[in-house]
Design a protein around this ligand. Structure first.
Ligand code: AMP
Length: 207
């Protein structure tokens, strides 16, 4: 009777995914039992009094450091737009670039940056707006949008809505149509959503 061929070397343990330490994988095991919402919330770090006294800063860096969490956020933000035609994802500097760029690639859309003043070369259009802390300005390059382009505006977090409303104004002024706004985090108590109505707002983690 033919003998079963023995493997010459013992099977190797499956490789650790690139960029993930073995320690991190072991630690994340019990947390995998959390609901998706709790899994993501556990990766948003509250930093009191940053960047000013009285502000509870929602730090998304731990979420970005976890490939699974980042993937889940991108899935959640992309989901409502699968099958909807989005021409352009416009990301708001700086954290809106992180989610916006990845989302544009998933939606087969272009990416257009909305930047802080003085960063974009060539002719630009600019708006000023009030922040939860302080004031700011945003710029877009002239002619970066086709007339009537369907635009999804993306940022990491919706607070008072001033930044996103300013982004919407810029997009419309450049001939774009703001189809929706998308955020990883929304601070409900600041009612930013009202400032963006009637345009649809998608957010994943509401506080
Ligand atoms: P707002 O214009 O008030 O909606 O503020 C939204 C912008 O400010 C986003 O680009 C956020 O990244 C940032 N931001 C405002 N408040 C916070 C906060 N509590 N934690 C983290 N980022 C914030």
């Amino acid at each position: 009777m033919a003998q079963k061929k023995q493997p010459r070397t013992p099977p190797r343990p499956s490789p650790t995914p690139r960029g993930v330490s073995k320690g991190a994988l072991q630690k994340s095991k019990p947390r995998d039992e959390l609901s998706p919402d709790a899994y993501l919330r556990a990766r948003i770090r509250d930093v009191p009094d940053f960047p000013r006294p009285g502000i509870m800063f929602k730090d998304i860096v731990p979420l970005l450091a976890d490939p699974k969490a980042f993937h889940m956020v991108l899935d959640g933000l992309a989901h409502p737009f699968i099958g909807e035609h989005v021409d352009v994802v416009a990301g708001i500097e700086a954290r809106g670039f992180i989610f916006g760029g990845a989302l544009a690639a998933r939606l087969n859309a272009s990416f257009v940056p909305l930047r802080k003043p003085g960063k974009l070369p060539g002719e630009t259009d600019r708006v000023s707006y009030a922040l939860e802390y302080g004031a700011n300005e945003l710029e877009i390059q002239d002619d970066s949008l086709e007339n009537g382009a369907k635009v999804l505006i993306v940022d990491d977090l919706l607070a008072t809505g001033g930044t996103a409303a300013a982004a919407g104004e810029l997009v419309r002024r450049q001939g774009g149509y703001v189809a929706a706004y998308a955020f990883a985090v929304e601070l409900d108590f600041l009612k930013g959503r009202r400032k963006l109505a009637p345009t649809p707002v998608v957010s994943l983690l509401r506080y």
